[in-house]
Write a protein that binds this ligand. Structure first.
Ligand code: GAL
Length: 437
């Protein structure tokens, strides 16, 4: 199963680097129909309601969540779903996570909540004893056979399973308006040199090469993670999160210099543009390209814009920036049976094949019905099998949440001051504070 150049222990220590192989994916098992309430352990709550918390309020995400609700309703018709989705603010759910924490600390948990599989869930919520283990449901649904082994490992702590992955998102994608590139005689760039050459051409025509939205911290930090994936080797990138590769290295300096230069080609108002609005800049053609995860695939489709293309971000061909959205079972909820039924839907083939085609992501299960996925997703499913898998820091996979938050804020400062040396010194310090490096 582990045909990567890195070992299993290293892989698990600091990351959500999901090294599944085609061979490993061969062990498929039929999963039972989703839904239906579980007979096990009710907390004695209402049973007829289900409150689901997420930050899926953007185009594509709303429809995808709704599709999941529909699958749930098909076999849980009597349960009223309360959609407690609130806007994430910047990418990666900053506002929503803060609101969630307040509710959990106030003993008012939603029945289930969106959380990134891996460090975000384990280090934030499991260690604080806020979650129920999910081993029974993984067993009853046969999920050990349909989720890649590494996903199961990542969802585990102390031999127990803590959340159900509903998808795999790719973080390192450069999306572009095909017509704008073609009209300006520009090919989709694969390297940083190609990117800057393309950017010069576009700038000469008054087109922003890159749409950036940093009105709230998050997007610049996301772009930076993809620049690191494109400049460092896969092992060096992974080593940033385990202490094996130094944040003081000149390759990090080179990454910051690349990012600084990229920002020169961004829409000049990026400090006041919301990251979610960057899609519209590309659709309108005032910007040619945008770097973001493949929720943009869902976003473009939702906005009925078809003339978009995609390539891995500069330098990162053959590398897959990985994150996974998942749902868990908080302690002390009122609607446990309804929630167990929800978790079954999240992990089911029917649920994943309804949700992901709209969300833009690929299913976490290895037995998807490929015919319901678009061309981008079919290519992503294939890439996921063969690429180097690199955990996204911006989306909770590579490092604990406090480290991620510090990085996001540091890169927000960078987006204004563009001070490479000060930023690198800060990144070194943040890693030390996180106990690494
Ligand atoms: C990610 C999340 C995605 C999407 C994205 C939006 O953290 O995993 O599902 O919501 O944020 O920025």
């Amino acid at each position: 199963m582990f045909n990567r150049r890195y070992g299993r222990r290293e892989f698990l220590r600091g990351s959500l680097a999901l090294g599944t192989t085609a061979a490993g994916m061969a062990a498929l098992a039929a999963c039972g129909a989703p839904g239906g309430t579980s007979g096990s352990g009710s907390s004695g709550g209402g049973g007829n309601r289900l409150e689901i918390f997420s930050w899926w309020t953007s185009p594509g995400e709303v429809e995808a969540l709704d599709a999941l609700y529909k699958v749930y309703k098909a076999s849980n018709a009597k349960v009223e779903i309360i959609n407690a989705a609130i806007s994430g603010g910047a990418g990666a759910g900053g506002n929503a996570k803060a609101a969630l924490k307040t509710r959990l600390l106030g003993n008012d948990p939603p029945d289930s909540f969106q959380v990134h599989l891996g460090r975000e869930l384990i280090d934030t919520h499991v260690v604080a004893n806020r979650m129920e283990p999910l081993d029974d449901i993984f067993k009853s649904e046969g999920w050990d056979k349909v989720f890649p082994k590494q996903l199961i490992d990542i969802a585990s702590k102390d031999g127990k399973l803590w959340s159900v992955p509903v998808n795999i998102h790719r973080s390192n994608v450069l999306w572009f308006n095909k017509k704008v590139l073609a009209d300006n005689g520009v090919n989709p760039p694969n390297t940083f040199d190609e990117f800057f050459a393309a950017a010069d051409k576009l700038k000469a025509k008054g087109v922003a090469a890159l749409a950036v939205g940093e009105a709230a911290p998050g997007h610049v930090s996301h772009i930076f993670e993809t620049v690191l994936m494109g400049v460092l080797s896969p092992d060096e990138y992974r080593g940033l999160w385990t202490g094996k590769f130094a944040w003081a290295d000149q390759k990090v300096t080179a990454s910051l210099n690349n990012l600084k230069r990229m920002l020169d080609y961004a829409n000049t108002d990026y400090p006041s543009v919301a990251s979610g609005d960057t899609l519209d800049l590309v659709i309108k053609g005032t910007a040619a390209m945008v770097i973001n995860g493949d929720w943009n695939n869902g976003g473009f489709k939702s906005k009925k814009f078809a003339d978009y293309g995609y390539v891995p971000t500069p330098g990162s061909k053959g590398r897959y920036g990985v994150l996974s959205d998942s749902f868990g079972l908080p302690k002390g909820i009122k609607d446990k049976d309804a929630t167990l039924a929800w978790l079954k839907v999240c992990g089911s083939k029917a649920g994943q094949d309804a949700f992901n085609p709209l969300k833009g992501s690929i299913p976490a299960r290895n037995d998807a019905d490929k015919s319901v996925y678009d061309t981008y997703q079919q290519a992503a499913i294939a890439d996921f099998q063969k690429d180097e898998l690199l955990p996204s820091v911006n989306h909770g996979a590579a490092a604990k949440e406090s480290w991620m938050t510090d990085m996001v804020n540091t890169m927000n400062t960078f987006s204004g001051k563009k001070d490479v040396a000060a930023t690198q010194a800060e990144l070194v310090k943040i890693a030390k504070d996180a106990g690494v490096g």
